[in-house]
Every structure is written in C-alpha cells, then in structure tokens.
Design a protein around this ligand. Sequence first.
Ligand code: NAP
Length: 256
Amino acid sequence: MFALANKIAIVTGASSGIGCATAKLFAEEGARVVLAARRQAELEQLVAEIGEADGTAIALAGDVRDEAYAKALVDLAIEKFGGLDIAFNNVGAVGPMGPISDLSLKGWRETLDTNLTSAFLGAKYQVPAMVERGGGSLIFTSTFVGHTVGMPGMTSYAASKAGLIGLTQTLAAEYGAKGVRVNALVPGGTDTPASVINAPDAGPEVVAFVEGLHALKRMARPEEIARAALFLASDASSFTTGSALFADGGISITRT
Ligand code: NAP
C-alpha cells in the first residue's frame, strides 16, 4: 500500500537537495507531483527520472516570489491531475549574512520574499484548492535557525524562517475545520548544495564543526528529511496540525 496513493502534490525547490529527494519519495509513494523551481533543465531531468521509476511528475519552472507562478502551479495540478492534496513549500535560501549594520534592506527583502512571502503566496492559492477536495496537507520547510537556535549573522534567514512557524500555526487554526492540516518541518543540517559544508572554502574543520553541533554527530542526507515530509504529507500524520516537526539530528537540544 502506497502512502500517497491517489494524492496530488506540489513540491517547490524540487531542482535540488531536500525538495528533489522529497519529490522522488512522494512519487515513489504514489503521488502525482508538480515540480517547481527556477531551473527548467534540472526539473525536466527529475521528471524523466521519476517517469523511469514508473512515477508521474510534471514540471513548471518559475520564481516562487511571483504571485502568478504560485497560482499557475495550482492551476496546473488541477488541470493535469484533477486537484491538489499536498503542498510542500520548501524553497529557501540563506541570503546575505553578516552583522546587522552591514546588511542591506535589499538583501533583507530578498530573503524575506524568497523564504516567507513565497509561502504566503503558495498557501493563498493552495488552500482553496485543498478545501475544494475536502482537505489536504500543507507543509513549510522552516529550520532550527531562529526557532530553537540563535546563530550570529543570520538575521534575515532566521526571521523569515521563524515567520513560517507563525504562518503555520495561524493557517492550521484557520483551516482545521475544513480538513486542511498545516505543519512546519524543521530539518537539521542537511548535506545539500546549499549547505555551509559544500561552500567552496569549507574545509574538513567546517564539516567537523557542523556535524558536532548535532546530537547524532553527523548531518542529514536529504532523503532523511524527505521521510519526515512524507509523514506530514500522508495520513500517518492525520492528527498532526500546527506543529513544527523536528528532523534535526538533535541540533536543537545539544549544548556540547
Ligand atoms: P538547495 O539544495 O539549495 O535547494 C533550494 C531549492 O530552492 C532549489 O531547488 C532552488 O531551485 C529553489 N529556489 C531557490 N530560490 C527560488 C526561487 N526564488 N524560486 C523558485 N525556486 C527557488 O537547498 P536545500 O538545502 O535543499 O534547502 C531546502 C529547504 O530546506 C530550504 O528552505 C532551506 O532553508 C531548508 N533547510 C536546509 C537546511 C540544510 O542544512 N540544507 C537546514 C534547515 C533547513 P532553483 O535554483 O532551480 O530555483
């Protein structure tokens, strides 16, 4: 029995990292998936890969900061697959880092737009489509940064990601009676192209430092975060809403 049989999902940030792994897992578990990100070639490659594994996916490239794109993704899910049950709003970027006196308003706004306003725009069109189906599961990728851990130099990232927790709680309260569950996912450090350990100047000491922040003394593979997203997407989490689910390797509770 597939966990997402007959479900229709949107996955944003599907061209890389956590989103890519989650799109594959959702398709393996029977969902028909709409893939979103800016890079068309990467999305098309993933459509082909999912198809070769007997899954079903279509791609629409665009920028999640664009309201027309948020609407177009939902329209596509309805037009091609007949509706929308799951939305994994996963796009995120760290943006400019540094002491607040060095940060520009432009950089702050870009980070807030990419991480938080995109989630608002996604939800604005996804929720009515889910209500139309009698319910659904909305998931936002947050982080420990700004939620359980303060990290110097990451003000805009932390503020935008903490904002997702407020969005999650409010939407969960607003739409619970209509069968829409809304949850945030809180990954720990995950080995993706965006990770600090994959920065060009990151040496083994950076990797060891980041790994050591976690109780498990290692980073996550994207597939491990995808499994937590699958839990939130599927009926296995049927009584879970308004939560922030930690899949963080214990980084939030570790002090050594
Ligand atoms: P990643 O590999 O860099 O993937 C980010 C994805 O977002 C890419 O598919 C990128 O695709 C897409 N994207 C970025 N800006 C976009 C925009 N304006 N419009 C459309 N798509 C956009 O990063 P990741 O590590 O998988 O991160 C996924 C999520 O997990 C993020 O929200 C991140 O904050 C969160 N997170 C990551 C970690 C970690 O350690 N990696 C830890 C906690 C939370 P295109 O470039 O093709 O647009």
